[in-house]
Design a protein around this ligand. Structure first.
Ligand code: PEP
Length: 249
């Protein structure tokens, strides 16, 4: 079912004490909202974050996982390990994973399938680079990212998918897609899913926008009909900014 969501991707930021302090401040200041609020600290702080937020509506999610069940994959984390500490949702396909860690569409398809096989929810990130947009290839790039990693799934899998459109040129750069550019791409994504699957699936999937969302631009971006919320990087590291973005939805 389509939901409003604000998710904070903390990336490789905040040590244990800083994580605890930020979570305390965010949960203390969290307004009453029908939106789902998620935070994603680093792996080493996930278990303590789950414990700390036990009585909170804030959901703790993971930034990544491996596709294998277990075994000789030094440095990696499995779906079962996440589930074991109470994490049910994982971000996959973030552009930083694609760019710096060589995650291809093929690897991402495996990861998505592995997470879904364990009944986890996947927040799947995709988005074009600046050169793609400049050469007017942004729609075809996005279409192929979705097709390669997600279109082999059964229709029933879509109830466990959240999409996050994150144009690479807008991530951490201070440059935001205009609300019109976000709306245009989100509508395109919905149409592409309706064609590949059906209109109900397309209507029900939540599509978040990510890329330099701030308190000053969140409300306008979130007001667009096909934008169901945001995946927030830098602004999620400052409690008041993150809370202002939650209020904007
Ligand atoms: C992100 O990395 O998912 C992101 C959207 O980052 P930022 O908000 O800092 O652009």
């Amino acid at each position: 079912m389509r939901k409003k969501i604000v998710a904070g991707n903390w990336k490789m930021n905040k040590n244990m004490q800083e994580t605890e302090a930020l979570l305390s401040e965010v949960s203390a200041k969290l307004p009453d909202t029908s939106a789902t609020v998620m935070v994603s600290p680093t792996f080493v702080n996930l278990a303590s974050a789950v414990n700390q937020l036990e009585d909170s509506t804030i959901e703790v999610i993971a930034q990544n996982m491996h596709f294998a069940e277990s075994g000789a994959y030094t440095g990696e984390i499995s779906a079962d390990m996440l589930l074991n500490i109470g994490i049910n949702t994982v971000i996959l396909g973030h552009s930083e994973r694609r760019a710096y860690f060589g995650e291809t569409d093929e690897i991402l398809e495996k990861k998505v399938k592995a997470a879904l096989a364990k009944n986890m929810t996947v927040m799947f990130c995709f988005g074009e680079e600046l050169a793609d947009r400049k050469s007017d290839n942004h729609f075809s790039v996005v279409e192929s990212q979705l097709k390669n990693a997600l279109f082999g799934l059964d229709a029933s899998a879509w109830s466990s998918i959240i999409l996050a459109y994150e144009p690479v040129w807008a991530i951490g750069t201070g440059e935001t897609a205009s609300p019109e550019q976000a709306q245009e791409m989100h509508a395109f994504v919905r149409k592409t899913i309706a064609t590949a699957f059906d209109q109900t699936i397309a209507d029900n999937v939540s599509i978040l926008y990510g890329g330099s969302v701030k308190p000053s631009n969140a409300e306008e971006i979130f007001s667009k009909p096909d934008v169901d919320g945001g995946l927030i990087g830098g602004a999620a590291l400052v409690a008041d900014d993150f809370i202002a973005i939650v209020k904007a939805i």
